[in-house]
Design a protein around this ligand. Structure first.
Ligand SMILES: Cc1cc2nc3c(=O)[nH]c(=O)nc-3n(C[C@H](O)[C@H](O)[C@H](O)COP(=O)(O)O)c2cc1C
Length: 373
C-alpha cells in the first residue's frame, strides 16, 4: 500500500493499524531549533481522544504519545527540533478485535472493506485496519509539530451543523467551543444538539456534520498558482480525512448563488498602508495564494457508517447477507473530526510556508513598499 505520505517540504508519513500494536508518524522536513513539549502534543491528542462524552465512541484509548527521534532536550525545558525526522508513536491499548470477528467476511456498507479487498485481495478486518480513523490520531500529533513552524498563526475549528440543525452564526463565540462536547461555538445550539444526538444514539443510528476551520495570521503570499494552489492543497488534505465528503473554501458552493458585486471582496488601505479586504467571500485565498485575510474552510462529514440497524450487503464468498455493527462507534464522527481538520490545516500551512520561503525567501513583499511581516 503506497501513498502514506503527504506534504512536500513538511512531510508526514503515517503508519499502523487500528488493532495493531501501535500507530504513529514520521514528520520529515521540520525546521531545526523549534521548541515544543510532549505535553503540547498530548494536549492536541486529548482533544480528539474517544470516550470523553456520551456523544463519542466509548473505546478507551489514552493515546499517549512518545517522541522517539528528531529532538533534543532543551536546556530550559521541553524539547527542541534538530531538523532530523521526528517519529511520534502512540500505542494501541483498547482493541476488542472480537467485536469484529462476526463481520470479518462481510462488507460493511459505507466502510472501505469492499474497496480494500477489491484492490489488495487482503485486509485487516479488525476495526478497519489502516482505513480506521484511528490513524487520524497520528495526524493530530503531526499537526501539533506543524503549529510550531507558524508562530503568530492560529487555527481553530468548530462544528457548525449536525444533521438538520445548524448554529446561529450571529451567536458565534470561539470561547464556547471548549465548553461543550460538540466543539459548538453557539451556546444556544448545544442543548438542541444534545437532545437530537441522544435520540440518534439511542436508536443506534448516526448523523452527518459540517466542520468549519479558520486560520488567522497567515502571511499573504503562501500558496502557488495553478498546481500548488493553497485552496486545492487544503481541500485535498481535508478530503483525505475519513468520512469527509465535501470541502468548501470561503463562500464555497454558495458562491454559485451570488452576483459579482455581492461576491467581490473590495479593497481599501488599512492602518499600516497595507491593502485590506472589506469582506472575505474568497476565504482568504485568491489565485491559489493567501491574501492575508482569515483562511476559511468547511468540510462535510457523512454519518457514521457503523450502525445498529441491519443493512443489506454481500460477503467475500459471494453470498448476499445482512450486517449490523456491534462494536463501539461515534454517533457523529464530525465531532471528533474537528481536531483532525485543524491538524491537517496546520500541516498544509507549515508545508506552504516552507515552500514559500524556498521560492521567494522570508517575509511579505508588499506591492507598493512598506515593511515586511
Ligand atoms: C474522528 C473520526 C472517527 C470515526 N469513527 C468512526 C466510527 O466509530 N465508526 C464508523 O463507522 N466510521 C467512523 N469514521 C469514519 C470511517 O473511518 C470512514 O467512513 C471509513 O473508513 C470509510 O472511509 P470514507 O468514509 O472516507 O470513504 C470516523 C471518522 C473520523 C474522522
Amino acid at each position: 500500500m503506497s501513498f502514506n505520505t503527504f506534504g512536500h517540504l513538511f512531510r508526514v508519513t503515517t503508519f499502523g493499524e487500528s488493532h495493531g500494536a501501535a500507530i504513529g508518524c514520521v514528520v520529515d522536513g521540520c525546521p531545526p531549533n523549534l521548541r515544543f513539549t510532549v505535553e503540547e502534543v498530548q494536549a492536541a491528542l486529548d482533544r480528539r481522544r474517544p470516550g470523553q462524552s456520551r456523544f463519542t465512541t466509548q473505546r478507551r484509548e489514552p493515546d499517549e504519545v512518545k517522541v522517539l527521534s528528531g529532538t533534543l532536550e532543551h536546556p530550559e525545558g521541553g524539547l527542541v527540533t534538530t531538523g532530523t525526522p521526528i517519529a511520534l508513536l502512540i500505542e494501541n491499548v483498547d482493541q476488542r478485535s472480537k467485536d469484529y470477528a462476526d463481520i470479518a467476511g462481510a462488507y460493511r456498507p459505507g466502510h472501505a472493506d469492499f474497496t480494500y479487498d477489491v484492490k489488495y485481495g487482503i485486509r485487516d478486518h479488525r476495526g478497519g485496519g489502516r482505513s480506521s480513523a484511528r490513524e487520524t490520531a497520528t495526524r493530530v500529533a503531526a499537526g501539533a509539530i506543524a503549529a510550531k513552524v507558524l508562530p503568530g498563526v492560529s487555527v481553530r475549528g468548530a462544528v457548525v451543523r449536525i444533521g438538520e440543525i445548524e448554529i446561529d452564526r450571529s451567536r458565534w463565540d470561539w470561547d464556547e467551543v471548549q465548553n461543550n462536547p460538540f466543539f459548538c461555538p453557539d451556546p444556544k445550539t448545544v442543548p438542541l444538539w444534545e437532545e437530537y444526538l441522544d435520540a440518534i444514539r439511542k436508536a443506534g443510528s448516526s448523523i452527518g456534520a459540517v466542520v468549519e476551520l479558520v486560520a488567522e495570521g497567515v502571511p499573504p503570499g503562501l500558496g502557488a498558482p495553478l498546481y500548488g494552489k493553497l485552496d486545492a492543497d487544503l481541500a485535498s488534505a481535508l478530503l483525505g480525512i475519513n468520512a469527509a465528503k465535501g470541502v468548501e473554501i470561503g463562500e464555497g458552493f454558495n458562491a454559485a448563488r451570488l452576483t459579482g458585486e455581492a461576491n467581490a471582496d473590495e479593497m481599501r488601505l488599512g492602518n499600516e498602508g497595507h491593502p485590506q479586504f472589506l469582506s472575505n467571500h474568497a476565504g482568504g485565498i485568491l489565485g491559489g495564494i493567501a491574501t492575508g485575510a482569515p483562511i476559511v474552510a468547511r468540510f462535510a462529514l457523512k454519518p457514521t457508517s457503523s450502525i445498529l440497524t441491519p443493512r443489506r450487503t454481500v460477503d467475500r464468498t459471494g453470498q448476499e447477507t445482512e450486517i449490523f455493527t456491534k462494536g463501539r462507534h461515534d454517533p457523529c464522527v464530525g465531532i471528533r473530526a474537528v481536531p483532525v481538520g485543524e491538524a491537517m490545516m496546520w500541516c498544509v500551512l507549515a508545508d506552504h510556508l516552507l515552500r514559500h520561503r524556498g521560492q521567494v525567501g522570508e517575509g511579505v513583499k508588499w506591492p507598493f513598499g512598506g515593511t515586511t511581516m
